[in-house]
Each structure stands twice: as C-alpha cells, then as structure tokens.
Ligand binder design. Structure first.
Ligand code: HH2
Length: 285
C-alpha cells in the first residue's frame, strides 16, 4: 500500500511516523513551546533527525474549547516554518480545516493537507482537488469549542466508518484520487474515553474501508483517564496505544515523541521480520 502525496509516494509496507509541529500558543500538550518561528523550524529539523517520516505543521489548536483563529493569523504562524520544512527531504503536511490556508500552504509546497473537518468547509475540496496533494480525512463533530456535547452515538464504530466512507467518496467525486486519501477515526474528537477505546478495539473495520489509516493517540486525554497521568507523563501510554493501533491496521502514527515511537516500531518490525509465515510453519512441522 502507498500514500501518494505531491512530491513523495509514501511506502506504507511499514508503519510511518508523522511528527507533530504545533506552532501555537495553546495546543493541549505542547502549546507555546514552538510558537516562535525559529524554535518551530529547529523542532522540524530535530524531528527529521530523530526519524520522523512525515512532518505535520499546525497553526491552530483543536483542543476542546480552543479559541478560533482567523486564516491570516493561522497562515502568519506557519508560513516561514512550512518554507523551511519543505527543504528537509520528507513529506510535509499542514494541519488545517480552512480552504484559504490550504491554498496558501499548497502554493508554498506542502505535500499533504491534514483536515480534522474532512474537507467539509465550503471551498476545501476545491482547494485540494487537482493539486496532487495527499489528504487526511478525519472524523469529528462540530467545532473544538462545542464538540464535547456532540459525543453521542448509536454505534460509534459504524457511525465513524459510514462518515469516513462517505467523505472519501465525496473527495474522489471532487477529483481527489483514491491513492491520495488516508482516513482517521479522530481519537479524542467529539468522543468519550469509552468511544475512543471502542474505536481502537474495532479499528480493523475502518482499515477495511480500503484506504490507509492515520491515527493520533499521542498524549491524549483518554490515556490520562486510564493511567491517571498528566499530559507530560503519557509517553508509555502513548506508545501502547500507538502499537495497538498499528496491530489494528494503522499505517501512519501521528506523535509528539518521535524517537520513542521510532524505537518501538523498530522492535515491532524486527519481530515481523523474524516471523515465519504460516505456510512455512506447516512445512516445518
Ligand atoms: N489530533 C490533533 C490535531 N490534529 N489530526 C489528525 N489527523 N488526527 C489527530 O488525531 C489529530 C490531528 C490534536 O493533537 P495536537 O495537535 O497535539 O493538539 P492541538 O490540536 O491542541 O494543537
């Protein structure tokens, strides 16, 4: 399986690590840490040196209750960081739901648009179609400010699958090639801890929709609910969730802690490489 993006065709025969670069004053786990341009560019360089396969640059926090940011301010936060990131030799994604920011990011060389609103904003499909960009279509409901109230589902797995399937169809009908599309269940977005865990337990059914899955569990609140740990002490929990997600069909893991995730996936790959295929096992017996 591959993910076609503008400059790179990403081979997904092994899980890939997407390193998070939040150029925001208020992101839930690292807000304010990289919100000056120089620090954010240094962070991009560090993540690539640590083994990130993809960078994901965001200029607006999507944490519950985050205040909205207008397109000009969002673009002003990320423009110089994006310009530097596209010289680093890895695909660069921009995390935005605003068509105006998408258009500017693609003009500036972004490879991927990561949209937590799954290209539902008027003009978003047109901003991406025909550019060759990869897209990540994520499930959520409402806006960050209101999403907690909307965490009510009949069957969360069926509802999320139906939404993602429909958004992928709409994207394709708008001219975005299937090979450019990844889907994301949107862990933590308009979902309770119970919903998030149920979705992870049943994530294979989303993988069966036929598109690569991109997932983000890194440091999220459900991990704090389970372990009782604050956001800066959720590395072990994040790794456990990342590995469960990979075993349930995820191809791209969106994380803050790149070196630890890369190591965990190296061990995973080493065990895979040592695994005897079932047919050979039968011959041995
Ligand atoms: N999670 C966050 C933001 N963007 N994009 C995708 N595709 N999937 C996710 O799970 C996802 C996402 C939230 O995490 P973070 O960027 O660290 O926080 P904030 O939104 O507060 O900047």
């Amino acid at each position: 399986m591959h993910w076609q993006t503008r400059r790179f065709r990403i081979d997904l025969s092994r899980p890939r690590v997407m390193g998070i670069v939040n150029v925001t004053p208020d992101s839930f786990s690292d807000g304010g840490r990289h919100d000056d341009t120089r620090a954010a560019i240094a962070h991009c360089e560090r993540l690539v040196a640590e083994g990130a396969d993809i960078l994901d640059i965001g200029g607006e926090s999507t944490r519950p209750g985050a205040p909205p940011v207008d397109a000009d301010s969002e673009w002003a936060r990320i423009a110089d960081v994006l310009a530097a990131a596209v010289t680093l030799g890895v695909p660069v994604s921009v995390d935005t739901f605003k068509p105006e920011v998408m258009r500017r990011a693609l003009e500036a060389g972004a490879d991927i648009i990561n949209d937590v609103q799954a290209l539902q904003m008027p003009g978003a499909l047109a901003a991406v179609a025909g550019t060759g960009a990869g897209v990540c279509l994520m499930h959520m409901r409402g806006e960050p400010a209101s999403m907690a109230e909307l965490a009510v589902y009949g069957d969360v797995v069926a509802d999320v699958a139906a939404f993602l399937d429909q958004r992928a169809r709409v994207a394709r009908d708008s001219g975005i090639p299937a090979e450019c599309i990844t889907l994301d269940p949107g862990y933590g977005f308009a979902k309770t801890a119970e919903h998030n865990l149920r979705l992870l337990a049943c994530q294979q059914s989303l993988a069966r929709l036929g598109y690569p899955l991109l997932v983000g569990w890194s440091r999220k609140r459900t991990l704090g609910d389970i372990t009782g740990r604050p956001v800066d002490q959720r590395l072990a929990a994040s790794l456990a969730a990342a590995l469960r997600a990979v075993s349930a069909g995820a191809h791209v893991i969106r994380v803050h802690d790149v070196p630890a995730t890369v190591d965990a996936l190296k061990v995973w790959a080493a065990v895979d490489a040592a695994t005897i295929p079932p047919t050979a096992q039968q011959e041995d017996a």
